[in-house]
Write a protein that binds this ligand. Sequence first.
Ligand code: ATP
Ligand code: MG
Length: 399
Amino acid sequence: MSKELIRLMGCSMAFDDELVLDNINLYINDSEFLTLLGPSGCGKTTTLRIIGGFTTPTAGEVLFDGVRMNDIPPHLRQVNTVFQRYALFPHLNVFENVAFGLRIPKTVEETNAAGKPVKRKVKLPESEIRERVLEMLSVVSLKGFENRRITELSGGQQQRVAIARALVNRPKVLLLDEPLGALDLRLRKDMQSELKRIQQQMGITFIYVTHDQEEALAMSDTIVVMDQGKIQQIGRPEDIYNEPKNAFVADFIGESNILDGVMHEDYVVEFFNRKFKCLDKGFAPMEPVDVVIRPEDVDIVPVDKGQLKGTVTAVTFKGVHYDTIVDFKGYKWLIQTTDFHDVGETIGIVLNPDDIHIMHKSAYSGMFGDYSSYSEEYDEIGDVTLLDEEDEEEAGHAE
Ligand SMILES: Nc1ncnc2c1ncn2[C@@H]1O[C@H](COP(=O)(O)OP(=O)(O)OP(=O)(O)O)[C@@H](O)[C@H]1O
Ligand SMILES: [Mg+2]
């Protein structure tokens, strides 16, 4: 069973009276890979800086192993950080970059012959430094690169040097702030599995910041979804994806069609004037709800077999599937299908109970999950209610 390592209790942060973190409550287990995920400006870096000790929260407590750490500086918390700009030393080779932290003498307290406490600076022996640096270079797959100059490395290799440099001190926790941001997509994917491997191999707790939902889903044990300084949801990747708590999470993690519905009773929801079976329960009778339907969950069938029928208004080839926009009574859905259905075609769809996910209404209701702006040229011919400009911007964000 993993044990709790770090806890943020009611942490808030204000800059010049502007609240940028609002009552953050969160715990992180030993050896966990936890990701802070959210759009730019939502407070991810600020949260990381509070954990690292670079910032003191204006309210709340930071606990490590149950002990209050609010005022403890970074070097006294068993934490190391890989920043987005990973500032390697260009004049030092790979070996010396990684060895850097190990060469700094440590102060130890001892008792002298007279029984008095004395402080002594201790240097690690060269042989141990060499052993640890080489071990770490092998962990990040850079064996044989010791004498290379930093300028002779690719972006991904430099990134791995930065990670080796942070890990060589054997921190209990590694904080990583968008560490793969500068890399191209292919390299990012390679580094994602590399990082996950390193984290598991070394059993270190990783707290990882990204705004890339795919990256978060691929790497994390736990995802913390943030928006506007607040935690929107905490959960395993599968839970966050399959059971988003509100329209923001549903939209931010993957694509979602989000519709207005009414929960008639347990397991029965109505939308488009039709009742559907679902797996959700515990809502008030006739409670207005947000209904999420993932684009890949919709089955396309012949019109006469469909629960709903709609007209294809746009098709985009995406490699594995087609992004197909379908107009249902003026509301446009995104459907992902491997079968091609041409613009103008009328299709039927079937929704199984587990294709439908029900959420309580929230401040985000109505802001996401409509794909009208995908195919504006068809708006005139359908019986679509046109969105006003502001709504259209929100809907655009859903892409
Ligand atoms: N030192 C500061 N002084 C004033 N405002 C700040 C300071 N640091 C952060 N902020 C503000 O706090 C908010 C959250 O910033 P933060 O850096 O945590 O966001 P983020 O989620 O990491 O975003 P990004 O993905 O763009 O890095 C932003 O509105 C930012 O402008
Ligand atoms: Mg940031």
